[in-house]
Design a protein around this ligand. Structure first.
Ligand code: S3P
Length: 186
């Protein structure tokens, strides 16, 4: 997509999934891993493992800013390690920091899984592991956060896929075809 960040001279060969909570980034990461045999890195899982506690606990004990610092630090670490041939599923707020938007693109081909608020709510309402949606009016929270974040997802992504009318397999095929084109391996 059109944005202000020049692509890094040598983008790393990863597929990076961004988008709002409940849009299917983790599920899609697992599907893509099975299809092409890349490793799957889920940033929320890595952060929980390294912190030794769940995301709600991190938010509760250390605050959201600390969690955001952990996200930025993880992106930097992946770049430093020259992480390659990974599918990277990110947390829904990963693209919010401007710094992260450039880091995400440095890591590879960034795909934004776009999802309407109704679907988001349906996918997230059964679990209580998303602190930002633990409130009296989750629909209002989703709508407001989505409005704030849409330009940031747009800025970070090479490709946007609206997932609402598509099967997982169709989305996966679309991502892989576009990634091959992006990396010039068609
Ligand atoms: C967040 C999304 C969550 C998790 C944390 C914050 C966000 O990940 O990183 O609760 O700010 O949107 P998922 O998108 O996997 O739910």
């Amino acid at each position: 997509m059109d944005n202000d960040y020049p692509d890094s001279p040598e983008p790393m060969h990863n597929i990076v999934l961004i988008g709002f909570m409940g849009c299917g980034k983790s599920t899609m990461g697992r599907i893509l891993r099975k299809k092409i045999g890349y490793q799957h890195t889920d940033t929320d899982h890595v952060i929980e493992k390294e912190a030794g506690m769940s995301i709600p606990k991190i938010f509760e004990q250390q605050g959201e800013e600390s969690f955001r610092d952990m996200e930025t630090a993880l992106l930097k670490k992946l770049i430093e390690q020259q992480c390659s041939k990974h599918i990277i599923s990110t947390g829904g707020g990963m693209a919010v920091r401007e710094e992260n938007q450039a880091l995400l693109r440095e890591l590879g081909f960034v795909v934004w899984l776009e999802c309407p608020p109704e679907d988001i709510l349906a996918h997230t309402s059964k679990s209580n592991n998303r602190p930002l949606l633990q409130c009296d009016d989750p629909m209002a929270a989703v709508t407001s956060l989505l409005e704030q974040r849409t330009p940031m997802y747009e800025q970070a992504a090479h490709l946007k896929i609206n997932t609402s009318e598509l099967e997982f397999d169709e989305i996966a095929c679309g991502i892989l075809e576009s990634a091959r084109y992006h990396y010039g391996t068609t």
